[in-house]
Design a protein around this ligand. Structure first.
Ligand SMILES: C[S@@+](CC[C@H](N)C(=O)[O-])C[C@H]1O[C@@H](n2cnc3c(N)ncnc32)[C@H](O)[C@@H]1O
Length: 276
């Protein structure tokens, strides 16, 4: 019988493969001001230099890898990996279309397996964006220990980008609880990283307020398409999705809807002592 952790991993892989084709085309991800905000905070935190090797783990359909290679005029090397074959197919097709196969290398594997790969070049930057919360505490410890070994000795930075554990989005009570229960506290990440040898841990929370380009209809559509694992059939039945949407329609009958988001950006370094 598969362990709970294996079962969860299978469900997540299936979920993200099912939603892969809708993921990039969703209007939330198409809003230029939202995209610009996300790219800007990610890019500033990465602090890239030409010739850096950057890993985009849990890369999804690869928007960040594609954007970063363009922004850096192809002067960085990217390694993008995701557990979902559906997500990787979308990125592989795009790499092929844009002729980027010498810049972006792709792998389809889970993060813990990736963290044990010894044949890869040392990484200068490791981007864990909107995905590390999907791993269990034990999986994160294994992965962080592996990343510590994989990072470059002289110039390295690991970044976790994800939502802080607080009510950010308009949801009914039940959905809010499911959403919040999926996000580890910032303290948890800090303790795990310290246990695995990471130092100089710093974090900030960034806020986005929509300019009106993200409407209630977009938000409802996003929930209906079950794009996040919070809305996967394992977490929410059809009835619960319908209830959440009815709650939103009712709440915003006489109230202005304004989409907001918040991102926690935590970064740290693997402090390696080189013995002579
Ligand atoms: C919410 S998406 C984020 C995608 C992208 N990083 C972004 O910021 O747009 C989460 C991604 O993590 C991937 N994922 C989930 N569990 C994973 C695991 N154990 N190892 C690697 N990838 C995983 C999913 O397949 C999905 O593509």
């Amino acid at each position: 019988m598969a362990s709970d952790s294996n079962q969860r991993s299978i469900e997540l892989t299936q979920h993200f493969t099912n939603v892969a084709s809708n993921y990039r085309s969703d209007s939330l991800f198409q809003s230029p001001s939202y995209q610009q905000w996300l790219h800007e905070i990610t890019f500033n935190a990465l602090d890239l230099k030409p010739n850096h090797t950057v890993v985009d783990l849990g890369c999804g359909p690869g928007q960040d890898s594609l954007w970063l290679s363009n922004k850096m005029n192809k002067e960085i090397n990217l390694i993008a990996s995701d557990i979902s074959s559906g997500m990787m197919k979308i990125l592989d097709d795009e790499i092929h279309k844009r002729n980027l196969s010498s810049i972006i290398k792709t792998y389809c594997m889970d993060a813990v397996t990736f963290s044990q790969q010894k044949q890869l070049p040392p990484f200068h930057r490791l981007l864990l964006k909107q995905f590390i919360h999907l791993l269990s505490h034990e999986e994160r410890l294994l992965a962080f220990r592996g990343f510590y070994e994989q990072l470059d000795s002289n110039d390295n930075k690991l970044l976790i980008i994800g939502r802080p554990p607080k009510e950010i989005f308009p949801f009914d009570k039940r959905t809010q609880e499911i959403f919040l229960s999926s996000i580890p506290s910032t303290e948890t990440y800090i303790q795990e990283l310290e246990m695995c040898g990471f130092a100089n841990i710093q974090y900030d929370v960034y806020r986005y307020t929509s300019d009106g380009s993200i409407t209630l209809e977009h938000w409802i559509n996003f929930i209906q398409n079950r794009l996040w694992s919070t809305f996967s059939p394992e977490h929410m039945t059809d009835e619960q999705i319908t209830d959440c949407i009815s709650y939103l329609k009712d709440k915003y009958k006489n109230e202005k809807f304004q989409f907001q988001d918040e991102m926690l950006i935590l970064h740290c370094t693997a402090k390696k002592f080189i013995t002579q």
